[in-house]
Structure formats: structure tokens, C-alpha cells
Design a protein around this ligand. Structure first.
Ligand code: SF4
Length: 414
């Protein structure tokens, strides 16, 4: 890539700070895994992490590890090991690459931090609000490590999040406390949970403000930046470090807005990304869109870690509400309303739907949504076929040709 092309995308200065934060998080987990001085829980990315933290667990998020397997492009070589033990190549490639990584004893943590392997769990806790795959994924490890697997079953595809649904999830969350007390050896402390929810809410509010800066014209931030900078919102929500980090990042982005500094030089087209990132192509895609003067600036994906319902005065119910109101849990009707709001707010010219072969749960193009939204808003869209982690399912040539034709179409309609 030439220097000229590189200069089209503006680098975020606080990235170094985030790197340190994430490194400390992994080192702490690794220490605890080796010394066994603090209990470790594995949790799904939109699982009840706050309850686990309140009981003194350090929390590892396998999806975060899955994304690292994707960005380092290790995933495609590891997936076949999991296929060989009976898990289909068509199911979640986070699951298949993460279990493959364990089976083959290879992790991106080694190159990044000198850490030999992911931390050993004392318990695995899931919420099926996002998909069923997480339960199967955690159950495999539960059998492997001979540790308990507990979780929450969430109603999915719902139009309205009714009081009955929230009550069901709230009860399931409360029922986690007893077994977790006995695994952790600590007594549940409601005040501690409230404090963590307060910090999680603060983190979520700041993360939302960060993402919302992309409504400025030109946008100071891209979707590709978001996929990297969401790390603390996923793994460190509920801590003051995450709050401090997003204050720093927000300040940098507000300064950019004040000085009209664009994330993509000479921004001409504003694009919305719907679906999973293609982790192994983040840089390629970021450069491809920047070359076309197109800023992919907002997404449903990065917004998934915004929990505006969190309320420290009503921790269990507000958690139940926040983790069930999520986009991925909802029926298409609600999803379309949400996307329409996002298109207006971010002044979007076009939508890219990523049809991720191994994640139907986060591929929203399959049941006519692009056509319905285009009829409603007049905003054109393009579907690109690929995958989050399995790069054998990605055709770079086809993606490039289709994206270039799409941007040309946007140009003509301007
Ligand atoms: S939502 Fe998709 S990518 Fe995430 S764990 Fe489930 S199947 Fe995998």
C-alpha cells in the first residue's frame, strides 16, 4: 500500500492507550489462570458480565478471542480441527475457530502478549439472547474442563419486549447468583453489583457518544475504528478503566469535529454497515472504501454494546431489560425501525449488508429487509457475501467489483 493511500485514513491517537488497557486485562487473566488465586468465568459478549464481576470473577469473553482469531487471520486454518470432531463448517466460525485454537494449542494471545493459552475457566455463563451457538460452544468447554455451564435462555425474534419476558430473564439472572456464590466462594453483595452497573452504564453512555460523533459531516470516526475501539466496552464494561478510556477517545473525536478533521479524507459518501465485520479484511476494506472516498461510519454491530436501560437502583430488572432490548433479539419489524432511525441520524447515502455465511443471526439481508428498507427510505443497498472469520468464504475480487459498482451508483444518483 502506497503512502498516498495510507494518508486517506486518519489514525486515532488514543489507540496506544487502548492497547495498554487491553494488554493489562489479558495479563491479569493469565496471572489468575496460572496462580488460581482468583476465579475465572467465561461469559458471552452480551451475557451477564456485571453479575460475575460483582462476585469477584475475572471475566474472559471467548467471542473477543474469536475476533482476535479473525483479525490475525488464524481462524481459517483452525476451523477444520473443530469440523473434524463433528461441528459443521456452516455453524458460527467464532465457535469453530475458537475450539480449533484450543485443540491445536494456538492462540493470537501468544504473539500479541506472550501469553501461551486462554485462561482456564471455573464456570461458563451464557445468554442465548444472541444465538443458540453460544450454548453449544460453552457446553463443549464445560465437558472439556469439567466445570459448570449455566445460563439464561432468552426469547428471540420478539417484536415487543413485554413485562413477562423481562420478568422471565430477570428471574433467570437472579437464579444464577446461588451457584455462582458457591463457585466463587464469595457472598453476593447488592451494593457491589449496583456500583458495577453504574460503571457499565457510564461506559455504555460514553461509547454511545463516541459512536454518535460519526453523525458529524465529515465523520471523525469509521466503523472500522469502531470495531477496534469497542474492545473495552465488551470486556471491561463495569470498570473505571473503560470509562476513563472512552472519555479520552471522545475528547479526541470532539476535537476532530471542532477542527473539521475527517476520518476519511474528502468524504463523499456515507455508508452504513449492517451485519458482522469481516475480521480478516478490516484493513483491506477500510482502505478500499477510503480510496473510493466512502466513509463507512455507522453500524448496528458496534452499537450492540450500548445498554441505556441499565439502572443501578434496579440492577436485575434493568439488566434483564437491557440485554433483551438488543437489536439481535428482536423481530425484523423492530430491526427495520431501528435501522431507519440510524440512517436518518447518520445521514446515510447507502447500506452494505454483510451476509455472513456462518452467522444467520447477524445477517439481516435474508428475508427481504434490504428491499423493504429501500422502499421505505429510498436509500440503496448492496449485499456482500462473506464471513466473520472463515476467509475461505470471502471473495476479495467479487467484493471489490460490487462495492465499486455500488459507489458509482451512489455517485450517479447524487
Ligand atoms: S451471533 Fe453469530 S457470530 Fe455471534 S456467537 Fe452467535 S453465531 Fe457466532
Amino acid at each position: 500500500m502506497s503512502e498516498e493511500k495510507k494518508s486517506l485514513r486518519k489514525k486515532i491517537n488514543t489507540t496506544g492507550e487502548m492497547g495498554k488497557l487491553m494488554a493489562d486485562y489479558f495479563y491479569e487473566l493469565d496471572r489468575a489462570s496460572k496462580t488460581r488465586e482468583q476465579k475465572i468465568a467465561w461469559c458471552t459478549s452480551v451475557g451477564p458480565a456485571e453479575i460475575l464481576q460483582s462476585l469477584g470473577f475475572l471475566v474472559h469473553f471467548p467471542e473477543n478471542h474469536g475476533a482476535m482469531l479473525g483479525t490475525t487471520r488464524m481462524a481459517s486454518d483452525l476451523i477444520p480441527a473443530t469440523n473434524a470432531i463433528g461441528y459443521s463448517p456452516d455453524i458460527c466460525s467464532y465457535l469453530t475457530s475458537d475450539i480449533g485454537s484450543y485443540l491445536k494449542g494456538e492462540t493470537p494471545l501468544t504473539k500479541a502478549y506472550g501469553i501461551e493459552k486462554v485462561p482456564i475457566p471455573d464456570v461458563l455463563v451464557f445468554n442465548t439472547n444472541q444465538c443458540r451457538d453460544v450454548q453449544d460452544w460453552f457446553s463443549w468447554y464445560g465437558r472439556e474442563f469439567k466445570v459448570p455451564v449455566i445460563g439464561i435462555q432468552t426469547h428471540r425474534g420478539v417484536t415487543g419486549v413485554t413485562e413477562e419476558i423481562v420478568t422471565s430473564v430477570e428471574n433467570q439472572m437472579q437464579n444464577l447468583v446461588k451457584p455462582l456464590e458457591s463457585i466463587s466462594g464469595n457472598s453476593f453483595d447488592l451494593e457491589r453489583l449496583k456500583q458495577i452497573i453504574r460503571l457499565s452504564r457510564e461506559c455504555s453512555d460514553l461509547w454511545k457518544k463516541v459512536l454518535d460523533t460519526a453523525a458529524a459531516v465529515p465523520s471523525p470516526f469509521t466503523f472500522f475504528d469502531g470495531t477496534i475501539h469497542m474492545g473495552p466496552a465488551v470486556v471491561l464494561r463495569g470498570t473505571s478503566q473503560a470509562v476513563d478510556y472512552y472519555k479520552l477517545l471522545l475528547k479526541e473525536l470532539e476535537d476532530r469535529i471542532a477542527n473539521r478533521i475527517a476520518a476519511v479524507e474528502n468524504e463523499q459518501f456515507r455508508i452504513y454497515w449492517e451485519g458482522m465485520p469481516i475480521w480478516g479484511r478490516l484493513r483491506t476494506h477500510s482502505e478500499m472504501f477510503a480510496d473510493l472516498k466512502a466513509c463507512v461510519l455507522a453500524s448496528t454491530y458496534c452499537n450492540s454494546w450500548i445498554f441505556t436501560d441499565f439502572d443501578a437502583d434496579d440492577p436485575f430488572r434493568s439488566m434483564a431489560k437491557a440485554y433483551t432490548e438488543l437489536f439481535i433479539v428482536r423481530a425484523d419489524e423492530e430491526k427495520e425501525k431501528y435501522i431507519k432511525t440510524m440512517l436518518d441520524f447518520f445521514k446515510i447515502d447507502g447500506i452494505i449488508y454483510h451476509d455472513a455465511k456462518t452467522c444467520p443471526n447477524n445477517s439481516n439481508n435474508r428475508y427481504g429487509m434490504p428491499q423493504r428498507l429501500e422502499n421505505l427510505t429510498g436509500i440503496p443497498s448492496l449485499v456482500i457475501h462473506g464471513d466473520l472469520n472463515d476467509m475461505r468464504l470471502v471473495s476479495d475480487e467479487q467484493t471489490k467489483t460490487n462495492v465499486e459498482a455500488f459507489i458509482e451508483q451512489l455517485e450517479e444518483s447524487k
